[in-house]
Design a protein around this ligand. Structure first.
Ligand code: ATP
Ligand code: LTN
Length: 330
């Protein structure tokens, strides 16, 4: 049987080059590898304060970017998490099988909670985030969850939860596995290459909707390291290594091949110009397709078909779970 591949992006802010390289860029290839289910994790975006209008706009943007990246919604499923009620219902069942100790060890929780000044004002949803994320995954019997490196810990938790539930009630859930990119699993900030490029913590990062001139400028002024050789060395040359990763992943080549392309280059400026060319070319094509999806409202059709298809699958899983735990179904 074909694999089921599922992933989500939360509409917390404007999408970055990190999101593109980590997930969006692979959408087309993933679709060749199995049944694909992609969604917009809008309920997850509520775990930190966000303006309603911003949330709505970000959600539409993500749908358009999935489509612009080449997602074929007739042969896969694209939907909004909040429009498929089964996510929330399964969440209220599964939270009883996840332990507080496990949740408090999650790096994302510790990281995001540490940035909130008022420690009494940390929402419960931020803490229980991985339960809902596990439900997103388990509802669709999916085998593979392609994510950036930062999300692997959450997928592991979903895996443990599935195994725990199956042990208690018998085979119910497919046990999922995270899949990370060989190149580009963690794109770093251009202004501080010790930090992840992240849409909710802007650090001079490249946004997919930045104008092309701005993107070029940001790359040309990216923080680099001492020396002038173009070599991959995360510890001593984090800035250059990050630019090499961006270059290699957009050109679909290995880091070794990328280094080889620049073995005779001894000027950071020349190297950055080539990286900028590659990024600008790719992003300008993407932007063109994004505008097409937005202006022609293609996303509305994709989401409305996707919602129905997602509901069909999710309702079957939920029924199975309700039966197992002893909840009466009609
Ligand atoms: P936030 O800043 O709100 O935590 P984010 O930018 O990390 O968001 P998500 O919605 O959490 O974005 O991520 C969507 C997908 O993009 C995830 O699979 C995530 O791992 C991946 N991703 C995000 N940032 C990067 C990055 N810098 N490098 C590689 N992959 C990334
Ligand atoms: N937590 C993820 C978004 C997300 C997700 C999921 C990814 C929510 N539910 C299920 C994969 C599978 C993130 O922050 N990128």
């Amino acid at each position: 049987m074909a694999n089921t591949i599922l992933t989500g992006i939360k509409p917390t802010g404007k999408l970055t080059l990190g999101n593109y390289i980590g997930v969006l860029k692979n959408v087309k290839d993933l679709q060749k590898q199995g049944n694909t289910i992609f969604f917009i994790a809008d309920l997850h975006a509520l775990t930190l304060p966000i303006e309603p209008e911003q949330l709505r706009q970000n959600s539409i943007d993500i749908a358009c970017f999935y489509l612009a990246a080449g997602f074929d919604y007739e042969n896969g499923i694209l939907f909004l998490q909040s429009q498929v009620d089964e996510h929330s219902i399964l969440n209220s069942i599964m939270q009883n099988y996840m332990y507080m100790g496990e949740l408090s060890r999650m790096t994302q929780f510790k990281d995001k909670a540490s940035k909130i000044d008022n420690k009494n004002g940390i929402g419960l949803g931020l803490f229980t985030y991985p339960v809902l994320m596990a439900c997103d995954i388990l509802l669709y019997d999916c085998d593979i969850v392609p994510v950036g490196e930062d999300q692997v810990q959450h997928v592991e938790l979903a895996r443990n939860l599935a195994i725990r539930f199956n042990n208690r009630y018998g085979e119910t859930f497919v046990v999922p596995k995270a899949q990370i990119n060989k190149v580009g699993k963690r794109i770093m900030s251009l202004s501080d290459p010790s930090k992840k490029m992240s849409k909710s913590d802007p650090k001079g990062d490249i946004y997919l909707l930045d104008d092309i001139k701005t993107i070029r400028k940001k790359i040309m002024s990216a923080v680099t390291d001492l020396g002038s050789d173009i070599t991959y060395d995360i510890d001593n040359k984090p800035g250059i290594s990050n630019l090499l990763t961006i270059y290699a992943s957009l050109k679909n080549i290995s880091i070794e091949e990328a280094c080889n392309n620049f073995k005779d280059c001894h000027r950071y400026g020349d190297f950055k110009k080539e990286v900028a060319d590659v990024v600008c070319q790719e992003i300008s094509k993407l932007q063109e397709r994004y505008h097409y999806m937005l202006e022609n409202k293609i996303y509305e059709k994709a989401l409305s078909i996707g919602k129905e298809k997602a509901h069909q699958i999710a309702s079957k899983t939920l029924k199975r779970v309700k039966e197992k735990v002893g909840l009466l179904d009609e």
